[in-house]
Design a protein. Structure first.
Length: 597
């Protein structure tokens, strides 16, 4: 193929404009992005080669090489991964396919300064190269393709790029950055080592750089020692050294890993720019052996509600990367958990389909679920500082102090998703229901107005034999519901449920620790022992007196209401609607109606 010119997709052009016109503080992320692409490319090769070892050609050791040429002002990132065909180069380097970048685009505000900050946080993949390069040349050859089927892609980062066929002996990809004047710093081995150490230490692939050594300058007058020398400098030795640790973090003992390393690793695998809320790291032994390193993010992603959203677990088998987003390893209601599972038992060529059926995988999923629940229970337990008697927080360990407030934070982000588990994971329902938190009609509930069912139970009035709750669209609607009147009057606490999933989730939970959950908006209503004799009598009398009126109302509303009753629910309001005990709640009915059912 002779040289062809292609236009970038409009969004790419827009993105490039932003990248190249923004001065911003976090330039160096370009290297993280390009190394991560190189590493992805090697993972892809390893995966394809499972069924076709010929793809390794004569270079089975996957690696990334960094090199620079000060005189030519270039920095090159070379991998011997999967490479690209011409069509792949055109498609992948000319359009935006990945959702992360699309997300990024949708967040752009038009304000250059804040947008520039966003790039630093998100990274924009391959295009980050243009932060430091005025021109990028990519030379690549797909593994398995002939040397003559190499491809050269060149762009100045404006409207278009050129593609032509070249001959390339080595498989894989070289990304050659033609550095801008102000980015010449990056053609320096110290600088590169520093950045690799920061972002790419845990890449389980060696990153190599050519060793340099000091060389004195040449004698100016070779025959005369007093004639002085040219200034000396570092010269390349032709020997390559590995500059990252290249050890998969999760395989190292816990005690050798710092908090910072854990947090960095999280950022690397999750593409989140904030630190995780917490994590758990264990080697599980027994009939199924695996290592798990699981993180709870600090913030929910925007697409959390998408139940098709892929799980955040990467699967490795004996340190060999197998797949991203291994949904079989985590139940859907824990889809926000990110991390790594490294199995010692699964075959390397395991497919998604096989995963679904594997008994080992089932054991891993159960193990991971339990771990996450324990981690949450631990956060929940330490969420509150002990009652503030003086000096008490001092006896808490630093670790426990750090946990104060964490569970509320978690719950605000992910609580609603966790509730899906009530209907999805019956085996863990009891544990899950202890992790629930609800708003309450009581003013005495202190922790951000949220209470657990256990705390509610502990506050129940004498004679109260149910946990009362109301569901509504908003907290204000719940609080002001006429159905709450009698409870307010009697000082009985009612849980206020306002998450969309509450109604659905409660279909699966009828009691907590032996006490039934009772909607205040359902069915005939009996406060039981909470009503005194006088009140009972009054209610019975009223029912008698109003019989004729009720009969008329029933007749008038016969198409609309199943029953009309006298109630002791209300104090100030004249009437309210309720649903039958087994009926769909109004909230659920509204939800289904909204969904067009
Ligand atoms: P992402 O890595 O999230 O997919 P990028 O913008 O970083 O997004 O890269 C876009 C695509 O270009 C990659 O998905 C991949 O198909 C291709 N690509 C980039 N770098 C390489 C590389 N070194 N080797 C092979 N393919 C690459
Ligand atoms: Mg990338």
């Amino acid at each position: 193929m002779s040289k062809q010119t292609h236009a970038f997709q409009a969004e790419v052009a827009q993105l490039l404009h932003l990248v190249t016109h923004s001065l911003y503080s976090n330039q160096e992320i370009f290297l993280r992005e390009l190394i991560s692409n190189a590493s992805d490319a090697c993972d892809k090769l390893r995966f394809e080669a499972l069924n076709n070892t010929a793809l390794y050609e004569d270079a089975p050791e996957l690696q990334v090489r960094l090199s620079f040429d000060k005189a030519a002002k270039t920095l090159t990132i070379t991998d011997n991964g999967i490479g690209m065909t011409a069509q792949e180069a055109i498609d992948h380097l000319g359009t935006i396919a990945k959702s992360g970048t699309k997300d990024f685009m949708s967040k752009l505000s038009g304000d250059q300064k804040s947008d520039a900050q966003l790039i630093g946080q998100f990274g924009v993949g391959f295009y980050s190269g243009f932060i430091v390069a005025e021109k990028i040349t990519v030379e690549t050859r797909r593994a398995g393709a002939a040397a003559a089927e190499g491809v050269r892609w060149i762009s100045g980062g404006t409207g278009d790029f050129e593609v032509e066929t070249i001959t390339r002996a080595e498989r894989g990809t070289s990304v050659i950055l033609h550095l801008r004047e102000e980015a010449l710093d990056y053609a320096n081995s110290w600088k590169l080592k520093e950045i690799v150490g920061k972002y790419s230490d845990h890449i389980s692939l060696p990153i190599l750089m050519e060793k340099e050594e000091w060389k004195d300058g040449e004698l100016i007058e070779p025959n005369n020692e007093e004639g002085g020398r040219q200034p000396g400098g570092m010269v390349k030795t032709g020997e390559w050294e590995t500059i990252n640790k290249a050890s998969a973090l999760w395989t190292r003992p816990k005690k050798d890993i710092t908090e910072e390393q854990y947090a960095d690793f999280y950022k690397q695998i999750s593409r989140d720019f904030e630190a995780p809320l917490t994590w758990t790291h264990n080697r599980v032994e027994g009939s199924t052996e695996y290592t798990q390193l699981l993180y709870i993010p600090g913030k929910a992603p925007q697409d959390l509600w998408n139940r098709d959203k892929k799980a955040g677990i990467k699967l490795y088998v004996k340190r060999v990367f197998i797949m991203d987003e291994a949904e079989a390893l985590m139940p859907s209601y824990l889809r926000f958990v990110k991390g790594v599972v490294d199995s010692a038992d699964l075959p390397l060529n395991v497919s998604r389909e096989l995963l679904q059926e594997s008994r080992d995988v089932k054991a891993i999923r159960e193990g991971c679920t339990k771990r996450v629940l324990s981690m949450l229970e631990d956060l929940a337990k330490h969420d509150k500082a002990p009652e503030a008697t003086e000096g008490v927080t001092d006896v808490l360990s630093e670790e426990d102090k750090a946990k104060i407030g964490q569970y509320s934070k978690f719950y605000a982000e992910f609580g609603a998703v966790l509730k899906e588990g009530l209907g999805e994971d019956f085996g863990n329902q009891a544990r899950l229901s202890k992790l629930l938190r609800f708003a309450s009609s009581s003013d005495t509930v202190s922790v951000k107005g949220m209470t657990s069912l256990a705390d509610y139970k502990a506050r129940m009035k004498e004679g109260q034999d149910a946990i009362y709750y109301i569901t509504a669209d908003t907290l204000a609607a719940a609080k002001n519901s006429p159905q709450l009147e009698v409870f307010k009057k009697k000082g009985i606490e009612v849980l206020l449920m306002t998450d969309r999933v509450d109604e659905w989730a409660l279909n699966f939970v009828h009691e907590f620790d032996g006490t039934p959950l009772q909607s205040v908006a359902k069915g005939a209503f009996d406060l039981g022992k909470l009503q005194d004799e006088e009140e009972k009598k009054a209610a019975e009398d009223a029912a008698e007196t109003f019989k004729p009126v009720l009969a008329k109302l029933k007749e008038a509303l016969k198409d609309k209401a199943e029953d009309v009753r006298v109630t002791s629910r209300l104090v100030d309001s004249p009437a309210c609607l309720v649903v039958t005990d087994d009926g769909m709640s109004m909230q659920l009915a509204r939800m289904l109606k909204q969904a067009g059912q």
